[in-house]
Design a protein around this ligand. Structure first.
Ligand code: NDP
Ligand code: MG
Length: 378
């Protein structure tokens, strides 16, 4: 007999949040949604809540117009996560703003289904310490990490000597290199295989997303940079490989559909029958190749940041958020995103960050540096 899991969905109006609502609503025997949040999309939040009468609602950017929304502001978001009786929080907020959600979930005794990779990139070691203290789990939702997590759980960590993460290559994979400086935000948002939020779609085109994922994998699974490989795989069917000690390479495959990793995280350690449509192995021919370092300089920068330590990976994320926002505003060119990040990382940052205050201080510092570089080159 499987008990019903009570779920809070943070970022319910986003790409991951909406897909989570879709899968959870289809399994009322497995899940009940007890809390939902959005940042500014009040109408979207109210519409999402129709599926789940009685769920506590939070609008985190401002006071709501609707009387149905009981929580608001940053304090309200923290109260929703901490004070609502729930088993698991799906953190699908975008960006560094998701950090406090993760710590509120763990410290109030809930498991954490983590789409917000920024939490792990900024403060992975601290998040794992918080999970251990509360005897709670951090379950990755990012498709590559969900794949690796599930394979490690099945094969055993001791059999794994490395991982290979796949990357679609984003919107400009096949575009001439000399055309990249002229690319506009609307061009970067046309992703070939995944439909995602705007920030991660731009990160896909620069491969900063893969850079963040290399750091995420290192922190989640205790791997060094040398143990993490990245390959281009345009079809997005293989989500990751693990390298076993005997030399075998095992892959996890499915159609590109985030509902599978979302459900896997929410249901863990159970599995849910027929969660996504079967993949036909004859569907499309699968291709793999090495990413071109000239096209994707931010991938190398992420490995360098990982080697430099926790302050540098925190700064990588902060500088990239500033640079992507500047690109979306038309202040800098597409190829300047990598320049802003690598120049921000020329500074020295502490190799270890002891506590959330130190994490937030480096984040603020790196944002200041990145903004001044944006100003200089725009
Ligand atoms: P979206 O931009 O589509 O959605 C973001 C969600 O977070 C929205 O509900 C938004 O509310 C809310 N939000 C925005 N700003 C804040 C804030 N300051 N505080 C609290 N909530 C906020 O993003 P995605 O769904 O694409 O991505 C969410 C996270 O999941 C990211 O960390 C991303 O890297 C990760 N991820 C996403 C994948 C995908 O397929 N989309 C795949 C793997 C990981 P509102 O709508 O009101 O603005
Ligand atoms: Mg991913």
């Amino acid at each position: 007999m499987i008990s019903i899991r009570r779920v809070i969905i943070i970022g319910a109006t986003g790409s991951i949040g909406r897909q989570a609502i879709d899968v959870v609503a289809r399994h009322p025997d497995r899940f009940s949604v007890v809390g939902l949040s959005a940042h500014s999309d009040e109408d979207g939040l109210v519409a999402a809540s129709c599926h789940f009468p009685g769920a506590a609602l939070c609008l985190s950017s401002r006071s709501p117009r609707s009387g149905a929304i009981a929580f608001s502001g940053i304090g309200g978001l923290s109260a929703l996560v901490r004070d609502t009786d729930a088993d698991i929080v799906l953190n699908a907020a975008s960006g560094a703003a998701g950090l406090s959600v993760s710590f509120d979930a763990l410290s109030s005794g809930k498991d954490l289904a983590l789409a917000n990779k920024e939490t792990v990139v900024m403060a992975g070691r601290l998040a794992f310490a918080a999970a251990r203290r509360a005897s709670r789990l951090i379950l990755p939702v990012d498709s590559e990490h969900s794949a690796i997590f599930n394979m490690i759980e099945r094969f055993g960590r001791e059999t794994v000597r490395g991982v290979v993460i796949t990357a679609s290559g984003g919107a400009f994979r096949d575009e001439p290199l000399e055309s990249l400086p002229g690319k506009k935000p609307t061009d970067a948002l046309a992703h070939p295989t995944w439909s995602m939020g705007a920030k991660i779609t731009v990160d896909s085109a620069t491969m900063a997303n893969k850079g963040l994922e290399v750091i995420e994998a290192a922190r989640l699974f205790g791997l060094t940079g040398a143990e993490i490989d990245v390959v281009l795989h345009p079809e997005s069917r293989v989500h990751s490989f693990i390298r076993a000690r005997d030399g075998s390479l095992y892959a996890q495959m499915s159609r590109p559909d985030m509902r599978l990793p979302i459900l896997n995280a929410l249901a863990w350690p159970e599995s849910v029958d027929e969660s996504v449509a079967d993949m036909d192995p004859c569907d499309v021919p699968l291709r793999f190749s090495r990413p071109d370092p000239e096209r994707y300089p931010l991938l190398r920068t992420a490995y360098d940041a990982l080697a430099s330590g926790e302050g540098s990976t925190d700064a990588y994320n902060a500088a990239n958020e500033v640079a992507v926002a500047a690109f979306m505003d038309g202040a800098i060119r597409f190829t300047d995103i990598a320049r802003v990040v690598s120049r921000t990382l020329e500074r020295a940052y502490p190799p270890t960050l002891e506590g959330l205050e130190a994490v937030l201080a480096v984040d603020a510092d790196a944002r200041r540096v990145a903004r001044s570089i944006v100003k200089e080159i725009s």
